[in-house]
Design a protein around this ligand. Structure first.
Ligand code: ADP
Length: 536
């Protein structure tokens, strides 16, 4: 069959690698998509966290600038001495973080302090004035648009200073208005207040220029922690935000990735398993097709041989070519036994065909297993004589009855004995026994032939399967006998098995049937052998 051979080759060499490649390709695409989605998710988490951080740093800047505007409103250069009087009464409420307001004379080479108002005058004010004029002033940005609000955030001798300043002119002189913000107060009062409402799911802190935490809890370094410096005020410091929800999201992404990877692997495995099943199925189908075609050839051959013999001996009788009455009888006997064999074969094939079509309907009724087996043994009487075989039958006297289809059981026994004749002729005898054992009736057919190859033992009950010995010895057969016996046994609720007898010679087939009553059926003494050949 070159055509089916070609299609199988195509299946193996083109389709199989194509399917495997497709599975891996699909898996790869799925994995890449997952990774891309994950990356996009991470990016969106980062930008969401950044937005949160920006909003929070702006809160402090806004608060400081609002106070700066109040300060500017009070710093009237026309009445420098009255700045304190105007500002101080409302200072605690309107400008809580401003500790002092100073006005520097910019035209003076020493930048002398022209006005000063402090909420808690003391030694620290004097120190600050000196620090401002002597050291902070040089850090201030005096370039560009001169009258805009600017901030200086600077650390001196371990202390953080925040000042807001504006340049202003009045009556031809230049001044600098300075608001001195109390950084400690910002940390202790303002930050806890403005970040009080922060949702408990997020964690944040503020770190100084050296990375030390000045406010808030420590944050474990994580993928979704972002740092944002305060834009204009405490610009040397940073606000750090880590969203716990982001961590959860991260965990979710991890889990998702794991699940998707597992699914891709599983899908691949299922596809490959499916492929393996399809291939195994197609191979089985192929083997079955081969077995079927062998079966047809074998059956035709089996039919042809007895027919040829019947025809030949029939013709000889017709043409009166039998020299003696003895020969005549012999020819007639051959015709008889060959037609019996034909009948048995045709019955086998017909029953098997019924089984295959699922139509084998047996009619069960309480019956005597021993009788059915005895009838089967009887059929072999002539053949045993002719082939010098000895068939013995023994039926136990205490046999329980069983629900049986007697004809089917007879056919099963015929098949077993026929096989013993075909494959174990060398053994010279067949022992058939019917015994009751616990709640079963056993039909035991034992021969003394070469036995069955262990490799074949498993498969001989499958349809169309023939053992090695069948081919080696060129024994006629179609491979359906034991399959039919198995079907008959199972239809009766029983089973068929093959064993090697204790003495290691030949084979022992046991067909076990369930007994219908526990009461043993009493019968006559053990039956003698019903058929025996004459030893030569
Ligand atoms: P067939 O006899 O037509 O080949 P069966 O289904 O009756 O088909 O038997 C299947 C195979 O089992 C036989 O081909 C043979 O190899 C093996 N077999 C059956 N009975 C015996 C036996 N008594 N001794 C040795 N081999 C046997």
């Amino acid at each position: 069959m070159p055509r089916s051979g070609t299609s199988y080759k195509l299946l193996y060499f083109a389709l199989v690698p194509a399917i495997v490649a497709a599975v891996f390709l699909l898996g790869g695409i799925a994995l890449r998509t997952t990774l891309q989605i994950e990356k996009a998710r991470q990016q969106s988490v980062i930008s969401a966290t950044l937005a949160v951080a920006s909003e929070r740093v702006d809160r402090l800047d806004k608060l400081v600038i609002e106070q700066d505007n109040v300060v500017l409103a009070h710093a009237d250069l026309a009445s420098l001495k009255a700045i304190g009087d105007r500002w101080l009464p409302t200072a605690a409420r309107e400008t809580p973080t401003v500790r002092a307001i100073l006005v520097l004379d910019m035209d003076n080479p020493e930048h002398e302090v022209a006005a000063f108002a402090s909420r808690s005058p003391g030694r620290e004010d004097d120190i600050f004035r000196r620090v401002l004029v002597g050291r902070l002033f040089s850090q201030m940005n005096l370039t560009g648009t001169t009258d805009e609000l600017r901030h200086l955030h600077h650390v001196l001798d371990g202390q953080s200073y925040l000042v807001s300043y504006w340049q202003r002119s009045h009556l031809g002189r230049r001044y600098m208005i300075v608001a001195w913000h109390d950084v400690r107060r910002i940390v202790h009062d303002v930050l806890p207040r403005i970040y009080r409402d922060i949702d408990p799911g997020s964690r944040m802190n503020v770190i100084d220029e050296e990375g030390r935490i000045v406010f808030g809890p420590p944050i474990k370094g994580g993928e979704f922690t972002v740092g944002r410096p305060f834009p204009t005020t405490l610009y040397n410091w940073q606000l750090q935000v880590a969203l716990t929800t982001a961590e959860e999201l991260n965990q979710k992404v991890e889990n998702q990735r794991f699940i998707e990877l597992a699914m891709v692997t599983l899908a691949g495995a299922v596809a490959l398993a499916g492929l393996a099943i399809v291939l195994a199925g197609s191979m089985k189908e192929r083997r079955l097709a081969q077995l079927k075609s062998d079966f047809v050839a074998n059956v035709s051959h089996e039919l042809k041989t007895p027919l040829a013999l019947i025809r030949m001996f029939g013709e000889m009788l017709l043409l009166e070519k039998a020299p003696t009455p003895e020969k005549r009888r012999q020819y007639l006997q051959i015709i008889m036994s060959e037609s019996e064999r034909l009948t048995a074969l045709i019955e086998n094939v017909l029953d098997f065909a019924k089984v295959e079509r699922g139509k084998s309907a047996y009619s069960f009724e309480p019956g005597d297993v021993g009788e059915a087996v005895a009838r089967a043994v009887e059929i072999f009487a002539h053949r045993a004589e002719r082939e010098s075989m000895n068939v013995s039958l023994s039926i136990s006297p205490h046999l329980p009855s069983a629900m049986i289809d007697a004809r089917a059981l007879e056919l099963a026994t015929i098949n077993l004995i026929d096989n013993a004749f075909k494959y174990a002729k060398d053994g010279g005898k067949v022992e058939v026994e019917v015994v009751g054992k616990s709640s079963q009736v056993l039909i035991r057919v034992r021969d003394f032939g070469p036995g069955i190859d262990p490799d074949d033992r498993e498969r001989i009950f499958e349809r169309f399967v023939r053992g090695k010995n069948a081919g080696e010895k060129q024994v006629r057969g179609s491979g359906i006998g034991l399959a039919l016996v198995k079907h008959i046994a199972e239809s009766h609720g029983g089973e068929i098995s093959v064993h090697t007898p204790d003495d290691g010679k030949g084979s022992l087939f046991i067909l076990a049937l369930p007994a219908s009553t526990a009461e043993p059926q009493l019968r006559g003494p053990v039956q003698p052998a019903v058929a025996s050949g004459t030893p030569q």
